[in-house]
Design a protein around this ligand. Sequence first.
Ligand code: FAD
Length: 452
Amino acid sequence: MGGGATAGVTQDDVLAVGRAIHAALPTGRGPRHALDDRAMDFAAADAELRAALFRFVDVVPACHSLDDLARHLTGFLGEVGDRPPAIAAAMRLGATRAGRTALGAASAAGVKHMAHRFIVGASVPDATGVLRELWHRGVASSVDLLGEATVTAQEADRYARRCREALQALADAHRDLPPRPHLEADGLGALPRANLSVKVSALTPLLRPEAPELGQRDAAVRLRDLLRTARELGAHLHIDMESFDSREAIAELVIDLLGEPEFADGPSAGVVLQAYLRDSPELCDRFIGCARDVPRRHPLVVRLVKGAYWDHEVVEARQHGWSVPVFEVKAESDRNFEALARRLLEARAAGVALRPAIASHNLRSVAYAVAVTRALGLSDDDLELQVLRGLGDDLQDALAACGLRVRTYCPVGDLVAGMAYLVRRLLENTSNEGFLSAQHEGTALEELLAAP
Ligand SMILES: Cc1cc2nc3c(=O)[nH]c(=O)nc-3n(C[C@H](O)[C@H](O)[C@H](O)COP(=O)(O)OP(=O)(O)OC[C@H]3O[C@@H](n4cnc5c(N)ncnc54)[C@H](O)[C@@H]3O)c2cc1C
């Protein structure tokens, strides 16, 4: 028996699962992917350069001309002290008007290309081809309509309307697809094909930590309407989790709404649990309690993630002198993720009507969840694995090849609405602490699969 064992699951069990998934990873990546990876390496190598490029990506939507774009790019790059040759060449181009036009066009194309890796289309109809292709390859999807925080009631209404239209378009797009039994049912019954992820902060402009009831009441009106639409269409509605200041309001809102008698018969719905939060075990228990005690036709889906707002939470808490709500050591988030995965799976094995969905690109985290599922005597179908489009493509293919149910989270929207999303994904992909960077740097498999 290897080290790092927890009750019922040994490190050897995790290693066996991890090695099997790893062996199924696609080999011979296309030239496009390799080029993207080189660009990521380039950005990751230097903290100043990385910061400059993120600031640039952030201002792209506000630039009115190629000249403007090039001026911003060279402005940010000018702050990088030790310039690699490619950056020095870009700075020289920026010195003339013709050079700036060329540089602006090249950088706009670069940003667009990056965005296409993470964003599947400008609208759901536009994305249908990708979603149907995923299904044909044995991969389910969840669509996310890009657009960050809403500031007016009109924007919230518009987002709610886009969500309703998306639900309809998703139901239409999935209707005539061939059967994929392990994507459509688990031990607890049928799984909807159409699946939409929504953000509460986009459903109300009033979600404020100092007066959560106001935002909850306002969001509830639009969310109820979406739940009704999803029920009518037989679709799944997933409520994403955002930064910590809205966490409690969102969790309470969703638990309350799903407990309303009119939703006892549907739709299928889900919540998100963020393992980087120190107090996440308490919320985990509340979700398990909700799944156990509130009789609903569709089991509650609990998507377990680590959390996408780590830098924001740390900076915000330090600025205000608050205690930091997230773990500050990466391994602590990883350990908590495993403990929560086990807790959710144990609840499921004990007969609670709950569907654990493990969302991670970290092979160790995923292999651990699969090993626990098997050790508890559950079937592989009782576990869902989820990845993000653009970050988890290879893992997605490997999991599907291993016969595991995988759902890919597919953002849809235009580049402007997608910028905040894109910057978060780039930060994740090039972060020194992240699993993907370690994997990309060629860290040995045994080390990648070591207990955190
Ligand atoms: C399908 C899907 C849906 C998602 N939905 C949401 C959502 O609704 N809400 C949300 O917040 N996130 C969401 N995420 C993003 C997720 O929270 C993670 O940011 C992302 O998956 C990276 O984690 P990982 O396990 O893949 O990789 P890993 O590299 O193993 O972990 C990276 C994560 O570790 C944590 N971390 C990094 N540095 C430290 C540190 N110093 N100390 C402590 N912890 C640290 C952060 O959470 C970081 O994102 C989703 C992810 C997926 C795959």
